[in-house]
Every structure is written in C-alpha cells, then in structure tokens.
Write a protein that binds this ligand. Sequence first.
Ligand code: 2P0
Length: 325
Amino acid sequence: MNAVRVRTSPSLALVKYWGKLEGPHNLPATTSVALTLAGLDTTTTARSAGRGAGAADQVMLDGEGQPPARFQAFFDEARRLFKSGQRFNADSHNSFPSSAGLASSSSGFAALALAAARLAGLTPGAETAALASEAARLGSASAARAVYGGFTVLPAGARRAERLYGPEYWPELRVLVAVTSRVPKDDSSRGAMERTRLSSPYYRAWVDDAKLLADEALFALAAKDLQKLGELMRLSYLRMHASAMAADPPALYWLPASLACIRACAALRARGIGAWETMDAGPQVKVLCLESELAAVRSALAEAEPTLSFIETRPGPDPDIEELA
Ligand code: 2P0
C-alpha cells in the first residue's frame, strides 16, 4: 500500500489546554476535556516519499505548500514512534476555515499522524491510535485528542490523550458554531500561549485552578449534567482568556460579534434555555445545547448579531482511514 486517505474532525475543548510544560516535548500544562465536532472535516491524502538522503517530508494545505519547520518535530517523532525511516508527502483539505479558531491544527495533525502510522505498516487498533495520539501531540497538543471521535481527555503533562466516551454517548448534545469572521488569525495559539506563560501575571493562577475545573467537568460529563458542565466550561474559557488578555503584549481574540454571542447566551439562560458558550484562540463562539433547543439558540444568536453564519454540529465519529491503491 502506497497511499492512504484519512478524514478527521477538529477537537473542541470544553475545558481548555492553554500553556505548555517547559521543555521541547509539547506537553500541556493543563488538563483538557474535549469533544470531536462532526461535519467539520480535514481530509488528508498521504504517500510515502522515500527514505534516506534526498527524501523530504512535504505538506500541502488547501493547495498551499506549508513551511517544513512547522512539521519537522512532528514527522521526526512519528518516525521514532512508528519505527519507520520513510518520509511523507501529504495533501490536506479543510471543509471549514483554517487558522480561524476552529481547531484546524487539531484535525490536521491527527490526520497526518494516523496516515503516517498506516503508511508505516502499523496494525489498526487501540495501540496504534495511542501512538498516533502521541505523535500528533508534537504537531499540536490538541491534535492528540482529535485521533478519537466522541469525548476525550488530555491530562496535564500526558504524552497521549485518552478516549472517554464514544460518539453516541450523549446523542441529544449539539454544538452550534457561530462564525463571526473567516479571516485567518494573526496571533497563533502557540505564540499566544507561550507569551501568556512568560508574561501574564495570571498564568500561574490559571494553571493552578485548571486542575479542579477538569476534575469537576469529568464528573459533570459522566452525569450528562449540561448545566454543571456548562458552568465549568464558562469558567475554563473565561479564565483562559483572562490570563491571555493579561499577557504582554495581550492576546485578545474577541470581536464585537463574539461578545454579542456571549451576551445572547446569557439572555437565553435567563429564559431557561441551556445555551453554554465557549471560545478558543479565535473570534468564533461555540455553543453547547440540547437538540430540542438548538433552533431557539440559533435564532436568538442570529437576531442578536445578523452578520453571523452558523455550523450545526454534534459529537463526531472516529476518524475514517482508507487505503488507496
Ligand atoms: C484547546 N486551544 O484545548 C485550546 C483552547 C486553543 C484554546 O489547543 O501549540 O494548536 O500547537 O500545541 O493545540 C490550540 O492550540 O497549540 C488549542 P500547540 P494548539 O483546544
């Protein structure tokens, strides 16, 4: 087999990873709890590009060649973990805006890791998924989670993510993505979280506090308690952003439309509708709710901010891996 096609979906953190342990291994400083988003797809076709001198790794994303330096540590770790000497050639496409706070690096590196594992001849199964999670982490820590569908946890300091529940665990759960802007961000999450670690006076407090939030969120998820989970999500994203906004220079991802969504969710909750928002390293707002209330949530947000576009999604399936002739 010379080529493989992998489809993955981005990993949305309910409780956030923001900040790394010191050192070269891209280990997260905080535990994140996440779900994979159905219907937002990264599709990556990868081929072996030979071995030894003269062979090189190459990645294209939506038709554009990517800087090799961004992928070097990932490919080197993948070769080490998969006991493979080969180089890889990958062509990747996203069905949603890249680098705009929709976690495209999570689905992107997860797809690359799963493709490289298959090309290296690893047998599909739990151990290969775990090794792919470990390799993907070197690309983006959130990508360690995106090798699984459903719900995952990436513990602080861990080398790989763990699956918590499969995609069908909470069938009524929906995520409404409110797209406030499709412009690629100019402040990468990697740079912003490192700046937060180095310069925000609130970084230490964020990390110390995050452990309790993650533990409680795991209980709330086990109980399918949307209100409790929502309250913990809200603390996590607002404390993450508060620490990032206090960096020097600040990392400020919010747009006026983002704030309009946040306020619309608060108004919905005041009316008894469970709409729980979260935000990542970008201006989009993702709202967790139940299927029965999705239409009400969507129309309230559209009324509050007519410029929004929406993506309706839910916990996503496991990655799809197809061998090509
Ligand atoms: C998360 N984010 O848990 C958090 C919440 C953004 C906000 O993981 O430096 O692209 O490549 O490991 O994974 C985005 O950061 O960062 C992210 P790197 P990544 O989903």
